[in-house]
Design a protein around this ligand. Structure first.
Ligand code: 5GP
Length: 193
């Protein structure tokens, strides 16, 4: 029996409201043998979020324990909450030749760039800052104050993505279908190498 070729780790980052989650859902639907990396977070669930689907919601104590055990591949603090990627499912997916999709912030993206340079890292940009504001306002799952905080983070995140060298690809998410096709093309080109 021959081992399957190693899988692909895909990182999708971008400011809150850029449309990362819709892009990730479409990628997962269209890429065979792909799976979503369920992050752990200390932030409370938002709207209809179900524990274990978008995130596993855990206490700060449990987060610190996982980190101390080395169970997280990367982690970062964003607006006072902690977020991290469990290591085991990523390693398992790569071993099995699958594509695993991580939706993480730029600090996490930079950690993955260092640890797993063979990963594909894409930064999603909003067409304009006004679009970002409108998309955040349309979400209705957060307070206006929290939306402002997320918006205030956006400039710094975009600047960091551009200057850190952690991202090889920048995709402006105007029309979802186009953005998804662009990322699928990037992945096809990577596999053809
Ligand atoms: P949200 O609270 O909107 O779900 O996520 C806030 C930010 O944290 C987003 O930029 C999201 O991509 C990022 N994020 C989600 N999970 C992780 C993770 O496991 N690691 C890191 N570094 N960032 C994450």
């Amino acid at each position: 029996m021959t081992a399957s070729p190693p899988g692909t780790l895909v990182v999708i980052s971008g400011p809150s409201g850029a449309g990362k989650t819709s892009i990730c859902n479409e990628l997962l639907r269209r890429i065979p043998n792909s799976r979503w990396s369920v992050s752990v977070t200390t932030r409370p669930p938002r709207g209809t979020e179900v524990d274990g689907q978008s995130y596993r919601f855990i206490s700060p104590e449990e987060f610190r324990r996982l980190e101390a055990e080395g169970a997280l591949l990367e982690s970062a603090e964003y607006l006072g909450n902690w977020y991290g990627t469990p290591r085991a499912p990523v390693e398992e997916a790569i071993r099995a030749g699958e594509t695993i999709v991580l939706e993480i912030d730029v600090q996490g993206g930079a950690q993955i760039a260092r640890k797993m340079p063979e990963s594909v890292r894409v930064f999603v940009l909003p067409p304009t800052m006004d679009t970002l504001r409108a998309r955040l306002a349309g979400r209705h799952t957060e307070s206006a104050a929290l939306q402002e905080k997320r918006l205030a983070e956006a400039d710094g995140e975009i600047a960091f993505a551009r200057t850190s060298g952690a991202y090889d690809f920048f995709v402006t998410n105007d029309i979802l279908e186009d953005s998804v096709n662009e990322i699928l093309d990037i992945l096809r080109r990577r596999h053809a190498r």
